[in-house]
Design a protein around this ligand. Sequence first.
Ligand code: TRP
Length: 333
Amino acid sequence: MKTKTFLTGIKATGMPHLGNYVGAIRPAIQLAQENPESLCIYFIADYHALTSIRNPIQYREYVYEVAATWLACGLDPKRVVFYKQSDVPQIFELTWILACHTPKGDLNRAHAYKAAIQKNEEYNKKDLEHGINAGLYNYPVLMAADILLFDTSFVPVGKDQIQHVEMARSMAQRINQTYKECLVEPQEHIGKTPLISGLDGRKMSKSYENHIPLFCPEKRLKKLINKVKTDSSDPGEPKDTSDSIIYEIFQCFANPEEVKDLEKSYQEGISWGEAKALLFEKVNRELSPFREKYDYYMNHQDEMDQILENGSIRAKEIADKVLARVRESIIGF
Ligand code: TRP
């Protein structure tokens, strides 16, 4: 019997970026390596992407991009239960059960929904619900089902996902208080690495279009790093580390000694061009072996199909057990 279960997912809306890697993928893989006694469940949240994607070819491509990313970055499918959400229909049954126990007002307060409403306000839309589908509205319920269906104790996520885990926990608590206890109440597991900034200094995000795709070709990686915003200090002028995106990202890829060296170079007035070249070197050092594996998997999608299918079999075994317990407790069958 494994002691704790860690579960996390990545939404399939395109190739993950550097921020996803540093904030979610790398720590999750380390967690699996450092906690051999625990059960790790990492999945591709593909149906979550259906709130916005409207093209099956693109949908598939995004799923494979996320799958190849996990595998390239070192996820061991023998060690980790690895699957895509749409292969585990039990999740959607639990989604309905949870929805029937969730006050609608709680969903009104979810960040993503509120942000969509706010956007409509900014664009002076008459109908504030314009363009918001019920899937987006129910996103937190589906995510809670992802988590609760596997008796998850800890959910490794970035800070932006804390509200979702809190909502999952309160759904579990409400059900446990109303019926015979049947759900594990999960907690967020926040890594040490902060969310990193994108090219323009805002949080790196695909929706801001300020992101660096994790496995873009080397040349493009170099180009994008050259676009990172800096202040206007000239070569020779000392530079401030506390206000430097280059320094911030560098820290995530370099060892402490290399970081010290860069600090010294900043004091000595390294040019931004040189600093960017150093950053490229460190990022590329870590990513280039993964890039090769990524390309391999993208060219062998049948291998990924097999891996995901094997994972979904294990996932469904767990899901069936938990769902049976939940159904027994709530509907009596
Ligand atoms: N909402 C998460 C994101 O946007 C993805 C996700 C879906 C998830 N279900 C999850 C994360 C369950 C952790 C646990 O990235």
